[in-house]
Write a protein that binds this ligand. Structure first.
Ligand code: F6P
Length: 633
């Protein structure tokens, strides 16, 4: 397995600040996430972070280039496009940002020119679909389609781990086009980008990204934006810090460009600096005049938003506790209801639960007022694809509301500027408050705005977070969205931790649905069983094919293991048992080993008694009625 012997990518390392997150109580979980998120702004391990002059300089140059492209659209009626692309959460952030920036352009009378691509198409906005992430030619094909007829395309390929073949295929295409600017965004040094062979392709991600890095030294058509923000709080879960960093960087660059184009301050209190004459080469010295840069001020707004969120750690922890009290029930669910981009963030948060924690599709859901209408997605109404894609409040009312029980938690997400929210949201919330479900309220409030009208005594927990910055360009909830992402990530991650789905800081029931996840599973097995890489892989194959002698399967391509494994649950926990040499496939299935979460048994939602240990808890300490503790750690 190429790639496993070398140093691991920063984004696949275990974060030392969260190693015991599985033993923490709700507040302890939130505090650990606060420490991990701080690395987003503070940097990590001596590498350049988002505030490093090297990175700021690249961001600044990129924003100037973008502003120039936007200006050509305005003055010369050119058809320049900006395309954000990524896999999983990276593609979802691409969607949310392109939607927001297009709305800003429209509001000021400009033609929208932001586009997004996500591996697997729009269905991946809601349900993770990881296999297309392994397909570079498909990435290039999707990019060619969106670039058709454009004068110039600025392509921004986002892959937090510098690991997605889909994005590598796109960068490989874009950097050889005369009318494209190629931007790679990710959070590892390029020298550590993924180097595993890619089936049916003759390059690796690293080869492509190194070529782009070389080009970026001499050309203004190539950019690498790769601040190092430290390992994820749950190892490899790039939906968290990786997704947040992506949102911060895209906002910092593209809102600055929009500000330059529109001549409008992003925030009411901001003053515009004098414009540089266009022919002048801009020498930007952050160490001398950081406060002069609107871009740096914008980055500071994100940083202050982060600080404000975690000043409400107690409130976030109580919402987490409420959500976990339902998720820890046998058929508990967590449901987010909201409007606009804040509602859409609920969809995004819920979408990664299945592959990360092996949960059912219904356990975490999001619903948004108006459904797909006005969501700025390419394929429009997706509800025909099935129940999970039915995301409007009316569909919530017909599909979910009648089945709500006291094991369900419904979390209403509000922006204070939405007043009571859209009328439909208000009506539905009233119905939910009258149901047996446990209800929580989370309000992202603009400073000085009264929110009393939103409070209702029937909420079990209501949390109000007042943000120093709220809107960008009048109405767009850019900073409220960032704040909400941090809070929802904390709630859903925390609920899964308290359910016992995390060991140490490791997702150990991940779904093996692409090559990167297959690699990650082997690394987890190696780490916790002590087996070497070869034995860990063999144990994984035994668990996938449910055969003690998996020798026949060894030489199959990884894609066929993935096809076999991707619909199965509990593959990695079983492989851990097998790799420890303390069990066999036949023994494990005969005894129906009931895996339980031992490390988190001391920290329960109510703090007074252990939760029952329902089947479905799967941490690598397995107890059976006949053979206790068969796997030592
Ligand atoms: O492969 C699945 C996944 O890990 C998602 O969980 C994640 O959002 C996505 O890949 C993106 O990863 P990256 O941005 O590193 O390419």
């Amino acid at each position: 397995m190429a790639g496993l012997q070398e140093p691991r990518r920063v984004t696949e390392l275990s974060n030392e600040l969260t190693r015991d997150i599985d033993t923490a109580d709700p507040l302890g979980i939130v505090r650990r996430l606060c420490g991990s998120d701080a690395q987003l702004f503070a940097g990590w391990g001596g590498h350049p972070g988002v505030n490093d002059p090297v990175i700021l300089d690249r961001l600044w140059k990129l924003s100037l280039k973008t502003a120039a492209l936007l200006k050509e659209n305005q003055d010369q009626k050119k058809n320049n496009r900006i395309v954000f692309s990524g896999c999983g959460t990276s593609g979802r952030i691409a969607w949310l940002c392109s939607w927001t920036y297009n709305r800003i352009l429209q509001k000021f009378g400009h033609t929208p020119c932001f586009h997004y691509l996500i591996a697997g198409g729009d269905r991946s906005l809601i349900i993770s679909n990881e296999l297309p992430e392994d397909d570079p030619p498909k990435g290039a094909e999707d990019l060619k389609k969106v670039a058709e007829g454009a004068d110039h395309v600025m392509f921004v390929g986002i892959t937090c781990g510098l690991s997605a073949p889909y994005v590598a295929g796109q960068i490989d295409h874009s950097m050889h086009q005369p009318n494209m600017t190629s931007v790679l965004m990710g959070f590892n040094p390029v020298s550590l980008s993924r180097n595993a062979p890619i089936e049916k392709w003759d390059k690796t991600c690293r080869q492509v990204f190194l070529e782009l890095e070389t080009l970026s030294c001499t050309s203004d058509s190539a950019f690498i934006i790769n601040p190092i923000v430290g390992p994820e709080p749950i190892t490899g879960s790039s939906r968290m810090k990786g997704g947040s960093t992506t949102a911060v960087l895209l906002g910092t660059v593209f809102l600055t460009s929009l500000q330059t184009l529109l001549g409008q301050p992003i925030l009411p209190s901001m003053t515009l600096p004098a414009r540089e004459p266009e022919e002048t080469e801009v020498v930007f010295d952050h160490s001398l005049s950081p406060s002069l840069s609107p871009m740096v001020s914008l980055l500071d707004c994100y940083s202050q938003t982060y600080q404000t969120v975690y000043r409400h750690s107690g409130g976030v922890a109580s919402l987490l506790k409420l959500a976990a009290s339902c998720i820890c029930q046998p058929s508990g669910r967590l449901i987010y209801l909201g409007a606009d981009t804040l509602g859409a963030l609920g969809l995004v948060d819920a979408s990664e639960m299945v592959p990360t924690y092996g949960v059912g599709l219904e356990e975490f859901r999001g619903f948004v007022a108006g459904g797909w209408e006005g969501c700025g997605n390419t394929e429009g109404d997706l509800s025909g694809y099935g129940k999970t894609f039915r995301v409007s409040l009316s569909q919530f009312e017909s599909d979910v509301l009648p089945s709500l029980t006291d094991q369900d938690c419904v979390l209403c997400l509000h922006g204070s500027s939405q007043r009571t929210g859209p009328p439909h949201l208000h009506t539905i919330v009233n119905k939910v408050l009258a149901s047996p479900a446990k209800c929580g309220l989370l309000v992202m409030a603009e400073n000085g705005m009264s929110c009393n009208h939103l409070l209702d005594k029937r909420y079990e927990t209501a949390v109000l977070i007042r943000l120093p910055y709220y809107h960008a360009f009048g109405k767009e909830c850019v900073f409220a969205g960032f704040a909400l992402k941090l809070v929802l990530n904390a709630i859903s991650t925390g609920a899964n931790i308290l359910k016992g789905r995390v060991y140490g800081n490791e997702m150990i029931n991940l779904r093996l649905s692409n090559d990167k996840l297959f690699e990650r599973a082997i690394a987890i097995i190696e780490k916790w069983s002590g087996a070497n890489e070869e034995d860990a892989k063999f144990a994984l194959l035994r668990a996938i094919y449910k055969q003690d002698d998996a020798a026949n399967f060894q030489y199959r391509p990884i894609s066929s293991h993935i096809t076999e494994a991707s619909s199965q649950n509990m593959v990695v926990p079983l492989a851990l048992l097998l790799a420890g040499g303390r069990s066999s496939v036949s023994y494990s299935s005969r005894e129906k080993a009931a895996p339980v979460c031992q490390r988190s048994q001391g920290c329960h939602i109510n703090g007074d008694r252990p939760n029952p240990w329902p089947l479905g808890h799967y941490i690598p300490i397995y107890l059976t009625t006949t053979r206790p503790n068969t796997l030592s750690l």
